[in-house]
Write a protein that binds this ligand. Structure first.
Ligand SMILES: Cc1cc2nc3c(=O)[nH]c(=O)nc-3n(C[C@H](O)[C@H](O)[C@H](O)COP(=O)(O)OP(=O)(O)OC[C@H]3O[C@@H](n4cnc5c(N)ncnc54)[C@H](O)[C@@H]3O)c2cc1C
Length: 400
């Protein structure tokens, strides 16, 4: 890199970091992205909710993403816990809240590849495939150390370097991590019956077993179960695993075959005390980790990006630089409640499935029944899940 001085440096080229790099460089900030542009296939897909779709539209990359994604028009929840208070399956249609789809499902590796392609073409964006070692703040700048190389500096450094964020550690932001007695097994599947754009979630005693549509007669699986069973499943040959999945899915999609990568993820959560430090903002999994329930992780990471972009623009309008205390305070205020509320919601849902206690079963069963039968409640919950109204960042409002 010839130039060592930027307005904004982003560290980490996952989906959150790439999106931040595209957003800031499109807004005219001299931007650098540090991190290697490669994506590993691990059977993981991400369901992009409405706000994320709006963000990618604003960044001009939605048409390419849509080609590799499938719409989620219907969501079905089946209580498979064997509970005494087992409600009938609950079905939700996006059309009830005036949407074509709740979201769009795409392989995470495809999404990262498409964002990386756009980043390579983006004017005003410098790419550096190095590793950041840490950050210091001197004279109104963040100085980012690069392994084996000369440091670079910026007014604002964005840490998008994932759950083990080196930058978060180097500035001493405290993180609280926890784990669940569960692991998620992921796989890409082909099947002989059409999914009809319907995602089906079986709530089992060990966690949700979810099939999410991909383009064609393909779906992705997230099977949350106890770590011993996850290990057994991970050790099965493709054909044996496909047969197990088909049985667990009550054959709703007919005969299944494994049609892509597989993965296993321990179920963990992480939250931070602060989203900012002088000249530094955390986004994506550097700031919060969710278990893969309710499609929150990356969607919230993209909300971080869009909210940080608003905070930087607003501070600029008030004559401040992108990493000024004013810009960072705006960002901190906006993210605190949003992330905390969603962390509690996802954690509680997962824990009620695990307890097996009658009161929890009753409340969950009653909740699902209420959602099935009380129209306004059902629409309010669907809207809040897909289109949260409070504090939606501007690039996620569809007006850009
Ligand atoms: C099974 C499963 C299903 C999921 N389903 C959904 C879903 O449906 N919807 C949803 O919204 N989310 C979902 N998620 C969550 C989502 O996958 C993550 O939130 C998202 O991928 C995190 O992106 P990120 O860019 O924040 O972090 P990462 O993808 O971890 O990217 C961090 C990047 O930083 C790089 N890096 C690290 N350290 C350095 C350094 N020092 N210097 C330079 N680079 C560095 C890494 O190499 C990596 O490229 C799911 C997760 C799992 C496990």
């Amino acid at each position: 890199m010839a130039d060592r001085d930027f307005d904004i440096v982003i560290v980490g080229a996952g989906a959150a970091g790439l999106s931040a790099a595209l957003a800031f460089s499109r807004d005219g900030y001299r931007t650098a992205l540090v991190g290697s542009l490669d994506s590993r296939r691990d059977g993981r897909t991400v369901a992009l909710l409405n706000g994320s779709v709006r963000l990618f539209e604003a960044l001009g990359i939605w048409p390419a993403i849509a080609e590799r994604a499938a719409p989620l028009e219907t969501m079905r929840i089946v209580d498979d816990t064997g509970s005494l208070f087992r409600p009938p399956p609950a079905t939700f249609h996006a059309s009830e809240i005036g949407l074509d789809a709740f979201g769009w499902n795409i392989e995470n590796a495809d999404l990262v590849d498409l964002l990386a392609d756009a980043a390579r073409r983006q004017e005003g964006l410098t790419l550096d495939e190095g590793q950041a070692g840490g950050i210091e703040v001197t004279g109104g700048h963040a100085v980012i150390r690069l392994e084996g190389r000369e440091a670079i500096r910026a007014k604002l450094c964005v840490a998008a370097d994932g759950r083990n964020s080196q930058l978060r550690k180097s500035v001493g932001i405290k993180a609280r991590s926890w784990s669940y007695p569960q692991s998620a097994v992921t796989a890409i599947l082909a099947h002989d019956r059409p999914h009809r754009e319907t995602s089906t979630e079986f709530h089992t005693r060990h966690g949700p077993f979810t099939l999410v549509p991909l383009p064609g007669r393909r779906s992705s699986l997230v099977w949350v179960t106890n770590p011993e069973e996850a290990k057994t499943l991970a050790g099965l040959a493709d054909a044996a695993l496909a047969a197990k999945i088909e049985r667990q899915a009550q054959s709703i999609l007919g005969t299944m075959t494994i049609d892509g990568a597989r993965g296993t993820f321990p179920m963990t959560g992480m939250s931070v005390g602060r989203f900012t430090a002088p000249r530094l903002a955390l986004v994506g999994e550097a700031a919060h980790v969710f278990p893969p329930i309710g499609a929150q992780g990356l969607n919230l990471g993209l909300r971080d990006v869009a909210a940080l972009r608003d905070a930087v623009i607003d501070a600029g309008d008030a004559g401040e630089d992108p990493g000024s205390p004013d810009a960072l305070a705006r960002y901190q205020r906006g993210r605190d409640i949003d992330v905390r509320l969603r962390t509690v919601a996802v954690d509680s849902l997962n824990r009620t499935l695990l307890t097996g206690l009658l009161p929890a079963d009753f409340l969950r069963g009653a909740g699902l029944l209420g959602l099935s039968h009380i129209g306004p409640l059902r629409r309010a919950v669907m809207r809040e899940g897909v289109l949260p109204r409070i504090g939606t960042p501007r690039l996620m409002q569809g007006a850009a």
